[in-house]
Design a protein around this ligand. Structure first.
Ligand code: PMM
Length: 281
């Protein structure tokens, strides 16, 4: 029986991510950080070299390759049991990362940004995450307009699944993500979390990324992203109860333990079957 949840630990190799910019902007530091996240309970490590915070400057492919690929290769060697994910919208970065041992492509553009991306995912038999966003990270906050945010996100994700499957990605290798914080107002983020079961009903495994995001800061008065762990835990536990199964977070140990406990209530009988839960007895 599969584990009831997977924690995806964030390894940002960027000088400017909103929540941990610059902390791991060095190959060795990033690899050490990934090793720590795996020891704390992450079974997926998500390596990214371009910040997606609203208004962040674009990074060219050469620079992104330089940041990401050595970290992926280092973590494949150091943590052989982990799934290595690359957080990129560029086909060249995905290809080089898959060649270095990654098996998962986390593309916040849902494979739309680069026309070569779908082919790379198919060719390498990679698993992928299709995330909802409108516009791109530079323009998205001005595009937060929906008839009904949950219906619109659901229709978008269903459309992207169709495109991916038609191109040859097996349905069982596709995850979906409502894109919390991407072209969403405060109310949109909360409505998506409130009605997350409607995204789960699409079928594929649902990934959620609320970790340290600004909407939590607005609700709690915490300006410093590092002080948003309690809000992060609350949203991840609620998302687990709604049926989400992959949790993309910075603070892996705390979120892992919260989910391990919550899983005993929301997924009874399955809570002690997965490696990530068994690790902590
Ligand atoms: N959020 C960020 C980056 N990548 N990927 C997925 N699938 N879902 C997300 O919510 C998501 C993502 C932005 O957060 P960061 O700058 O802290 O990495």
């Amino acid at each position: 029986m599969p584990a009831p949840f997977a924690v995806m630990g964030i390894v940002n190799v960027t000088p400017d991510s909103f929540s941990d910019g610059g902390e791991w902007f060095d190959t060795d530091a990033a690899v050490r950080h990934g090793i720590e996240l795996a020891a704390a309970g992450a079974t997926i490590l998500d390596v990214g070299g371009e910040s997606t915070r609203p208004g962040a400057p674009a990074v060219d492919a050469e620079e992104e390759l330089r940041r990401v690929v050595p970290v992926v290769a280092g973590l494949v060697a150091a943590v052989p049991g982990a799934v290595l994910s690359v957080d990129t919208t560029k086909a060249s970065v995905a290809r080089a990362s898959l060649e270095a041992g990654a098996t998962y492509v986390n593309d916040v553009s849902a494979l739309r940004s680069d026309p070569g991306m779908l082919g790379v995912v198919v060719e390498h038999g990679a698993r992928c995450c299709l995330m909802h966003m409108q516009g791109d990270p530079r323009t998205m906050q001005s595009q937060a307009r929906y008839d009904d945010v949950v219906d619109d996100v659901r229709a978008f994700l269903e459309g992207r699944i169709e495109v991916a499957v038609a191109a040859g990605v097996p349905l069982e290798r596709i995850d979906v993500d409502p894109g919390i914080g991407f072209a969403k107002t405060q109310d949109h983020n909360l409505e998506l979390l409130r009605r997350l079961d409607e995204i789960v009903a699409i079928g594929p495994r649902v990934v959620v990324g609320t970790s340290r995001k600004s909407f939590l800061g607005r609700l709690t008065g915490r300006d410093d992203p590092r002080q948003r762990l309690a809000g992060t835990i609350a949203t991840n536990v609620l998302a687990l109860a709604s049926g989400a199964r992959v949790f993309r977070v910075h603070d892996v140990g705390a979120v892992h333990d919260a989910l391990a406990v919550a899983a005993h209530v929301v997924a009874p009988g399955r809570e002690d079957t997965g490696a990530s839960v068994a690790r902590h007895g």
